[in-house]
Design a protein around this ligand. Structure first.
Ligand code: SF4
Ligand code: SF4
Length: 430
C-alpha cells in the first residue's frame, strides 16, 4: 500500500514536459526584478538609477527577519525602480536592469564543511525562500519554536503540468542531497524523507540509488494535493498538524526539492537569482523546462516559446499550476523565486464554465483534504457572514482548489475561501 492522506482528488497529470531536460533560457534586454519575491516585508532597494550592477550583486536588502535579500540576475545598468504588479497581482517595486550581456558576476565565498551557524547565515544571506511557490523565507522556517526530529522534502510535484522539480531530481540529485544535509545540520535532525509521487518512477529509482542511509526516498500515492505540507507530513509520518498549527508542532519541517537545490548552490557561492521553470500548454510550441533568470517578463517567455502556434490557441494564462496558480490578465508580470511554471492553456485544456446553483451533491465536502465544508462556507461568504465562515473553520483552508475542481456546478469555491480568509483578517473578526 502506498502512503497517502485522506480525501483529495485525481486531476489529469498532463506532465508532457517530463522528458524535456533543463535548458538555459535566453535572456531579455530589460529585466524587472521584484523586490518582493517572498512572504514578509519587501526588500529595500540598495541600488540607485544609473548604478552599474553585476550578476549576483545584492540589489534589495531584507527589511526584517521575515523578508529576503534580492540579487541581480544579470550585469548591466539600473534604469529605474518602478511599481508593477507581480504574478499574484500585488503592486511592488521592481528594479529595472538594462542587460549589458557581459555577465560580469560576483559570488559569495564558497563554504567548505560549514558549521550549522554558517549554513543558516548563508541561507539567509543568499535570499533562499520556499521555491515550490510558497516563497516563505527559508531561514525563518529553519528557526522553529519547537524541537524538530524529522525533515521532509516535498518532491511530490502534485500539480498538473509542472515537471521542473522532476527534472531537478534527475539532473541535480547530488546537489539536492547536499542541500538536504545542510538543512539537517541546521535543524540537528538525524533523518530526512524525500516524498515522491509514484508517477515518477525514474526519479524514485535514481534518488534511491544515490541517497545515504540518513535519507529515505518515500514512494507516495499519486493524489492531489500530496505536496501540501500537512498532507505530506501525514502521508510520511502519520502525524497530524493541529488546526491553526505549524509542522514544527509535530516535530517536522518541510521544504521543497528546489529549495534544497538552491541551498546547495548558495553554499557553493551562488545567491538565489535563477530557477528551473516549466513552460507548457497547447498555446506554446516550445514547451519545456528552463533555467530562467529572475526578472524575465512573461511576455518575453511567450515570444520565445510561442513558435508557430496561433495566439488564439491561448485561452488562459496561469502562473503556477492549474490547481493553485494565478490566472494572468496580461503578460506584464515577471519571473521571481517562486515561479515554478507558466502555462498557456487552450480552450480544450481549460474549459470556461459559468457557475450555477449548488445542487447539494456533497462532492466538495467529500474531497476536501482539510475536512472542511466548502459548500457551507461558500454559502456564508455569499451572505457576507464571515463570522460564520470563521466558525466553519475557513482559516484552515489550504487553498488547494480541490473543492472548485470537484464541483459539478462549477462554483468558484476556492475564491470564496480566499475572500473569507482575507475579509476575516482585514476586519479582525474573532
Ligand atoms: S476548502 Fe480549502 S482545503 Fe478544502 S478543498 Fe477547498 S480549497 Fe482545498
Ligand atoms: S460540490 Fe458544488 S454542487 Fe456539490 S455540494 Fe459542493 S458546492 Fe454544491
Amino acid at each position: 500500500m502506498l502512503r497517502t492522506f485522506k480525501r483529495g482528488t485525481h486531476p489529469p497529470a498532463m506532465k508532457n514536459t517530463q522528458d524535456c531536460a533543463l535548458l538555459e533560457f535566453s535572456v531579455p534586454e530589460i529585466l524587472y526584478i521584484p523586490l518582493s519575491q517572498h512572504i514578509g516585508a519587501p526588500a529595500k532597494a540598495v541600488v540607485n538609477v544609473g548604478d552599474h550592477v553585476l550578476q549576483g550583486q545584492l540589489i534589495g536588502e531584507a527589511a526584517s527577519f521575515v523578508s529576503a535579500n534580492v540579487y541581480s540576475s544579470v550585469s548591466g545598468e539600473v534604469t529605474g525602480i518602478v511599481k508593477k504588479p507581480t504574478a499574484i497581482g500585488m503592486e511592488v517595486d521592481h528594479v529595472v536592469i538594462k542587460n549589458d550581456y557581459k555577465y560580469e558576476s560576483v559570488s559569495l565565498e564558497p563554504l567548505e564543511n560549514p558549521t550549522k551557524e554558517q549554513i543558516f547565515a548563508r541561507i539567509k544571506e543568499a535570499g533562499i525562500v520556499g521555491m515550490g511557490g510558497a516563497t516563505f523565507p527559508t531561514h525563518v522556517k529553519l528557526s522553529p519554536k519547537n524541537p524538530v526530529d524529522v525533515f521532509i522534502i516535498n518532491a511530490a510535484e502534485c500539480e498538473p503540468y509542472i515537471t521542473c522539480d522532476y527534472r531537478l531530481m534527475l539532473e541535480k540529485g547530488q546537489d539536492i542531497i547536499d542541500g538536504i544535509h545542510c538543512v539537517m545540520k541546521v535543524l540537528d535532525v538525524k533523518k530526512a524523507y524525500i516524498g515522491v509521487e509514484a508517477n515518477k518512477p525514474k526519479a524514485i529509482e535514481y534518488l534511491a540509488s544515490i541517497v545515504p542511509d540518513d535519507i529515505v526516498v518515500m514512494k507516495l500515492k499519486t493524489k492531489y494535493p500530496q505536496g501540501a505540507e500537512k498532507q505530506l507530513i501525514y502521508s510520511i509520518t502519520k502525524r497530524i498538524v493541529p488546526a491553526g498549527g505549524l509542522p514544527a508542532d509535530v516535530g517536522c519541517v518541510v521544504s521543497n526539492t528546489h529549495t534544497c537545490y538552491s541551498i546547495a548552490r548558495a553554499i557553493a557561492g551562488e545567491p538565489c537569482f535563477k530557477r528551473a521553470m516549466t513552460v507548457s500548454g497547447e498555446g506554446v510550441e516550445k514547451k519545456g523546462n528552463y533555467w530562467v533568470l529572475n526578472g524575465t517578463p512573461y511576455s518575453y517567455i511567450y515570444e520565445q516559446c510561442k513558435g508557430d502556434v496561433d495566439e488564439k490557441m491561448t485561452h488562459k494564462i496561469i502562473s503556477g499550476g492549474p490547481m493553485m496558480g494565478f490566472a494572468q490578465v496580461n503578460l506584464n508580470a515577471c519571473t521571481a523565486k517562486g515561479s515554478s511554471s507558466l502555462l498557456f492553456l487552450s480552450n480544450k485544456e481549460f474549459e470556461h464554465h459559468t457557475p450555477s446553483q449548488c445542487i447539494n451533491c456533497g462532492r466538495c465536502i467529500h474531497h476536501c483534504p482539510m475536512n472542511l465544508q466548502p459548500r457551507d462556507i461558500d454559502d456564508a461568504v455569499q451572505q457576507q457572514d464571515y463570522k460564520k465562515a470563521l466558525d466553519l473553520g475557513v482559516m484552515n483552508c489550504i487553498e488547494c482548489g480541490v473543492c472548485s475542481y470537484s464541483c459539478p456546478a462549477k462554483r468558484t469555491l476556492v475564491q470564496s475561501m480566499k475572500l473569507a480568509k482575507k475579509s476575516i483578517k482585514e476586519r479582525g473578526i474573532k
